[in-house]
Design a protein around this ligand. Structure first.
Ligand SMILES: NC(=O)c1ccc[n+]([C@@H]2O[C@H](COP(=O)([O-])OP(=O)(O)OC[C@H]3O[C@@H](n4cnc5c(N)ncnc54)[C@H](OP(=O)(O)O)[C@@H]3O)[C@@H](O)[C@H]2O)c1
Length: 314
């Protein structure tokens, strides 16, 4: 396609899958996140796929950082055609047991930084009368679950912000804003999360892949849409939350403890809320079997068995 695409949150999970997806579609990439070492790895992956890549280490919550990122992108490649914002952090814990500074930093990262991305990107898109902003919401921007108050509050805020921006964008031809709302996705976010609950989190089933969400994001840049939901049960959960609030509230706590938490104990810690953990960064979180690896190992075992059989027959 040969567009210039900025991806914030490109070192892990959905953002890293998006970097690979856009690289495969022939776009130029500007990749940002906090960890310089992992950014260099993702740059190499995308260059191997044939993409021109600029990496810029950025903390999206740092004042002025996102404007500087846009300046760097324009200096390297000219106008920005699309900005895909996936950076976010998560914490588990009852609201009254989560340190206030951790809650505040989740809101700063997941909501206020997304607003700053919109401010910077839309300013440049408006001047050029062209550009697509893709923001990453969540099914948790339409429903709620216990022990994730900061994340849920930020995603509800992002939902409202995005809809407002979309209404305002009707006055700025050529400027498009899309919100992609995943359900459960197999990424490292659950282990990278801060935790004040005592049990490690996990994605409740059904779990989809970050590659599928990345394809939805790239499709949004090709053909912008207001909102895209990626997750088989998203609609069902929204229906139960809206139409049967009493039943929903009675069931969501037990279901969260059953399907959204492991039995693995964990001491209180802030996860990656304040600083990155490069060792935990990858595209997949390891909650789903990696089909290509299974195929490779089945293929390897079959080939080994075949050659052993041939040796015996000779
Ligand atoms: N996984 C799911 O089940 C799921 C479901 C619904 C919605 N989502 C949404 O999808 C998006 C991506 O999530 P994910 O699961 O892919 O998470 P992930 O694997 O933990 O990746 C998060 C990315 O955000 C970056 N990031 C975090 N804080 C940052 C900061 N202050 N400045 C710059 N970059 C920062 C991380 O890099 P550094 O740490 O190196 O900075 C990393 O690249 C998020 O918006 C999340 O809310 C995920």
């Amino acid at each position: 396609m040969n567009r210039t695409v900025v991806i914030t949150g490109a070192t892990s999970g959905i953002g890293r899958a998006a970097a690979r997806e856009f690289a495969g579609r022939g776009d130029r990439l500007v990749l940002a996140a906090r960890s310089p070492a992992t950014l260099a790895e993702v740059r190499d992956e995308c260059r191997a796929a044939g993409a021109d890549v600029l990496v810029v280490p950025v903390d999206v919550t740092a004042p002025g950082a996102l404007a500087a990122l846009a300046d760097a992108a324009e200096a390297e490649f000219g106008a920005i055609d699309a900005w895909v914002h996936t950076a976010a952090v998560m914490t588990y814990g009852r609201f009254d047991e989560t340190p206030a500074e951790v809650f505040d930093q989740v809101i700063r990262t997941d909501l206020l930084a997304a607003a700053e991305v919109a401010r910077v990107a839309l300013g440049r898109f408006r001047a050029a009368s062209a550009g697509t902003l893709v923001l990453t919401g969540s099914v948790l921007g339409h429903i709620t679950a216990p022990y994730m108050s900061g994340y849920v509050a930020a995603k509800w805020g992002l939902q409202g912000l995005t809809r407002t921006l979309q209404q305002e964008a009707r006055e700025t031809p050529g400027v498009r804003i899309c919100l992609v709302n995943p359900g459960s996705v197999d990424t490292p976010v659950y282990r990278q999360a801060g935790n004040y609950l005592g049990r490690v989190g996990r994605p409740p089933p059904p779990i989809t892949t970050p590659e599928r969400v990345a394809r939805a994001m790239a499709d949004c840049v090709d053909r912008p849409r207001r909102e895209v939901s990626v997750g088989r049960l998203n609609v069902v959960m929204r229906f139960g939350f809206t139409v049967l609030p009493g039943v929903y509230d009675a069931l969501v706590g037990p279901l969260m403890r059953l399907a959204g938490l492991t039995d693995r104990p964990v001491a209180p810690h802030p996860g990656i809320v304040f600083a990155p953990n490069p060792a935990g960064e990858a595209v997949r979180g390891g909650w789903l079997p990696d089909v290509s690896r299974v195929v490779r190992s089945v293929g390897g075992v079959t080939a080994a068995a075949g050659s052993a059989l041939l040796r015996r027959l000779r």
